[in-house]
Design a protein. Structure first.
Length: 206
């Protein structure tokens, strides 16, 4: 067992090493009080380590939650550079809408906007970078799922997935795993073995 993780009470969705090797657990040196329940420890170098058991648990919850919505009613947003490609790959695979890059103000609130849409649920890659989409979702009463790092404020997030939301490998891995679990929760695939996509297919180009 790694010094950077605890003991899983239930069998994890993937081997523990897969979480650790992708850096999902590596947080920031800054922290928010909101995220304290998701910390495992603070390393000697000041980095806050996220509890991958809670990441695993929340991915299950998020997948079940998303599986209850029609694919076209889901909106995935990512302004963060390394999040745009995996978010887009996730959205295309499950049939959701995606906005990768700049989120145009009024997209959810102005019916006259050329890109106006009315999603029923929002998934953001980083509450800090995706603030505008969250503001509009809040105004519209749309539930929000967010990938949250150690320094994120989560006041308006309905479901937190604690993870490193800045790293290329960690974002690819989280979106890869969430894709698999959504497809399983929908019954599109029956087992992990039926899932043919590789983590590398979700990695942002360098």
């Amino acid at each position: 067992m790694s010094a950077d993780s605890g003991t899983f009470e239930v069998k994890p969705l993937v081997e523990e090493d897969q979480y650790l090797l992708s850096g999902v657990h590596i947080g920031t040196r800054q922290k928010s009080l909101d995220m304290e329940p998701f910390f495992y420890k603070v390393r000697n170098d000041g980095l806050y380590i996220l509890d991958i058991r809670k990441t695993d648990e929340r991915i299950r919850v998020a997948a079940n939650m998303l599986s209850r919505y029609a694919p076209e009613s889901i909106l995935v947003v990512s302004a963060r550079q390394y999040g745009q490609f995996p978010a887009t790959t996730f959205a295309k695979t499950i049939g959701a809408n995606v906005i990768a890059g700049r989120f145009m103000p009024g997209t959810l609130t102005n019916p006259d906007a050329p890109n106006f849409m009315e999603p029923e649920i929002l998934l953001v890659t980083d509450p800090m970078g995706d603030t505008q989409s969250m503001r509009e979702a809040i105004l519209c009463g749309i539930p929000i799922i967010a990938l949250c790092d150690a320094n994120n404020e989560t006041k308006f997030v309905d479901l937190i997935i604690p993870t490193n939301n800045k790293g290329r490998s960690s974002l690819a891995f989280i979106y890869w795993l969430l894709t698999r679990e959504v497809l399983k929760a929908r019954g599109t695939i029956k087992s992990d073995e039926e899932y043919t996509k590789k983590v590398e297919e979700f990695e942002a180009p360098l």
